[in-house]
Design a protein around this ligand. Structure first.
Ligand SMILES: CC(C)(COP(=O)(O)OP(=O)(O)OC[C@H]1O[C@@H](n2cnc3c(N)ncnc32)[C@H](O)[C@@H]1OP(=O)(O)O)[C@@H](O)C(=O)NCCC(=O)NCCS
Length: 336
């Protein structure tokens, strides 16, 4: 019979990659089952940061065993809670005296929230708990004054063996399709800021509120594996043929290369307000889906905020269905 039922919470920076790797492997398995997402790509980056002792966060430890972890990233006056996860026991069963997996995650999250909301340099905290069902970890966030927004994880099949065909470059509505190239980053960032002005997503991700922020967002998508491996050949912009202005874009990544479950992800789709309702997003989405199918991918996923009814209508028309629901949450220091 156990006497101590509460794990000890310690600083994540005391631990290197060797200590965390087994837990991240268990977590990766859940990402695969729940979302068809190969998490080990992001996990490898985390392991590098762990070895550099550069990742703020906590671990839950009991009798020398690491049960779970939470980590944070600082970005000027903002902090992001990157992830929280606790593993099920090796036996797959929890005794009634032990904290459940979810209780360990709540305790870890409480510690991260308390650290950040009591840090004078931090005015804003964001998190998107993609792996966790909506509501599961809501309590520690809401108790600390976070605003929560439900988000959906949608998926659709891609037609197997789609023939490799060049994109159709002409678009309706006075625009032309063009392949994405990295030199487009600043203009693409300006497009994001204009497209997400007064939008629910710019309330949960303040990178959408400034050109520098949107550039950081794009840089992360194109260079780092956090949202999957960027697929430039399935990423397009719509350009006004007269003014040359970027009117819309779609960016794609690959989140799984598992044989039989190769999965793509739309990391961004947006259209400037003055170019909407001409079918641009529909065409951008179809070209991206066709290019991913031609690469041999079987499925396509994306995330969308539950209140973004217009985008959800578009996705449902394109055959997407809900697979999972999760929480995004934001805390803003009162008076900041
Ligand atoms: C969501 C978004 C990308 C849609 O872009 P869009 O180019 O307007 O999309 P479409 O034109 O393909 O479809 C939008 C609507 O216009 C309609 N439409 C398409 N062509 C049309 C035409 N020629 N005439 C009239 N209506 C038309 C569609 O039927 C659709 O109608 P519905 O909303 O009633 O279902 C755009 O609103 C946007 O950028 N929003 C902000 C960013 C965002 O939310 N991105 C998604 C994040 S997950």
């Amino acid at each position: 019979m156990r006497t101590s039922v509460t794990p000890e919470i310690r600083d994540l920076r005391l631990y290197g990659s060797a200590a965390l790797r087994p837990l991240l492997e268990v977590e990766s398995d859940l990402w695969r089952r729940r979302l068809d997402w190969e998490y080990m790509g992001s996990a490898r980056l985390l392991l590098e940061y762990l070895d550099a002792r550069a990742l703020p966060g906590f671990v839950a430890v009991e009798q020398g065993e690491i049960l779970g972890y939470v980590f944070c990233v600082y970005e000027a006056n903002k902090a992001v809670i990157g992830n929280v996860f606790a593993a099920p026991r090796a036996t797959g069963k929890w005794t009634t005296e032990e904290m459940t997996q979810c209780e360990v995650e709540r305790v870890l999250l409480e510690h991260a929230v308390s650290l950040l909301t009591h840090s004078p340099g931090v005015d804003r905290v964001e998190t998107q708990l993609l792996l966790h069902p909506a509501g599961e970890l809501a309590e520690p966030l809401e108790t600390a004054g976070f605003r929560r927004a439900e988000r959906l994880y949608l998926e659709r099949e891609l037609s197997a063996g789609a023939s490799v065909q060049a994109p159709r470059w002409t678009l309706d509505g006075g625009c032309r399709l063009r392949a994405w190239h990295d030199g487009e980053m600043t203009r693409a960032a300006q497009l994001i800021v204009a497209a997400y002005s007064d939008h629910p997503d710019s309330r949960i991700n303040d990178q959408y509120c400034s050109t520098q922020g949107a550039q950081r967002f794009l840089h992360n998508i194109v260079r780092y594996p956090g949202c999957g491996i960027f697929v430039p050949e399935a990423s397009f912009v719509a350009v006004d043929v007269v003014s040359g202005e970027l009117a819309g874009m779609v960016l794609s990544s690959q989140i799984s290369a598992q044989p039989g479950a190769e999965c793509g992800h739309i990391t961004q789709i947006c259209v400037l307000p003055e170019y909407r309702r001409r079918g641009l997003a529909e065409r951008l989405m179809r070209e991206a889906a066709d290019a991913l199918a031609a690469k041999g991918l079987r499925k396509l996923t994306l995330t969308v905020t539950a209140s973004n009814a217009g985008a959800i209508r578009l996705y449902e028309r394109e055959g997407f269905r809900e697979r999972h629901r999760f929480d995004a949450a934001v805390w803003v220091r009162p008076g900041a």
